[in-house]
Write a protein that binds this ligand. Structure first.
Ligand code: HEM
Length: 290
């Protein structure tokens, strides 16, 4: 069984363990490594190719890189935006996979476009297109950082405060049932993430600082948990539960800041995408006409 049913409230808390979960995790990790290696191969292989065949504007390979990179970005952006909005597309996979594919295509696409440009700006229209792309790329990475703080269901949909609280109750019940000695650690986690007065006051910068501070706190707690549980019999399951608890308490503590920042990010990110689309169209028109 992948997730553990808890007695009290009867809600599945999703602490995944067992051979099936291990296998799933291994396949996912292997796929990530493979894709990372493929990206590194492209990043190293292309400069090597251009040292043997010096880069020349408007020749086959640079042009192909631009076309393939552009198509990758277009597909990555379009399919994800459509999947988010069209219910009928739900049957084609969970949100988390679509987001991963979006990120993959929108990271590797710009990489190809960078090589397509020869890492130099030769005309105003191409310069504007290139910098708009980099802006959207960095904005995407920032958005991903904020997004990481949302509580996601198993399918990758965003969930709310009620679901987080329910899951917290479930995890605490399970951890303390397995190891009553885990009680002090559970309390320690709750205390460390308890909201402080005025925590949510202030603008976007203080929200961002709060998220970074909570991340830092979670990181310290994780290593403390690993040290304190060394002698436990049921160590793996308890550790998994406690780590989940750290993540959930952090998500609750950061929820207001995350929601505010993400909506601000979205307000900036979407117009940037339209600017990018417009600059790419101008760039392509200029190339076809000149
Ligand atoms: C040039 C590259 C990129 C383009 C054109 C692009 C485009 C888009 C589009 C169209 C959306 C959907 C907006 C909406 O539906 O409201 C989106 C959302 C998002 N993108 Fe990108 N993106 C790019 C790069 C990236 C990168 C590199 C990352 C992460 C490393 C990223 C992470 C995200 C995240 C987290 C969301 C929000 C997900 C959500 O609200 O459900 N993007 N992006």
């Amino acid at each position: 069984m992948n997730s553990t049913e808890r007695g009290g409230s009867g809600v599945s808390i999703g602490i995944a363990h067992g051979p099936a979960a291990d296998r799933g995790g291994t396949v996912e990790a292997a796929a990530k490594w493979l894709l990372l290696l493929a990206g590194c191969a492209v990043a190293v292989g292309l400069p090597a190719y251009f040292t043997v065949h010096p880069y020349r504007v408007n020749t086959l390979v640079p042009n192909l890189l631009g076309i393939v990179g552009g198509i990758m970005m277009l597909c990555g952006a379009l399919f994800y935006a459509l999947r988010k909005r069209i219910r009928a597309l739900k049957q084609f996979g969970q949100m988390k996979y679509w987001l991963n594919v979006h990120i993959l295509l929108c990271l590797y696409g710009p990489l190809l476009v960078l090589y397509h440009s020869g890492l130099a700006v030769k005309a105003l229209n191409s310069g504007v297109a290139l910098y708009s792309m980099l802006l959207v790329l960095f904005s995407g990475v920032a958005g991903r950082y904020i997004y990481r703080h949302f509580q996601l269901s198993l399918s990758g949909e965003r969930t709310g405060l009620k679901e987080i609280r329910e899951e917290i109750t479930g995890v605490i019940e399970e951890v303390t049932a397995r190891a009553p000695e885990g009680g002090p650690l559970v309390r320690e986690i709750a205390e460390l993430f308890a909201p402080t007065p005025g925590q949510h006051a202030g603008g976007p910068w203080s929200a961002l600082l709060l998220m970074i501070r909570l991340d830092w706190r979670a990181r310290r707690l994780r290593s403390r948990i690993a040290r304190r549980l060394i002698a436990e019999r049921d160590r793996r399951a308890i550790e998994e539960g406690l780590l989940r608890l750290v993540g959930l308490e952090k998500n609750i503590a950061a929820l207001e800041a995350t929601t505010r920042l993400f909506s601000l990010w979205h307000t900036l990110h979407v117009p940037l995408i339209w600017i990018l689309a417009l600059t790419v169209i101008i760039h392509m028109t200029a190339i076809l006409l000149l």
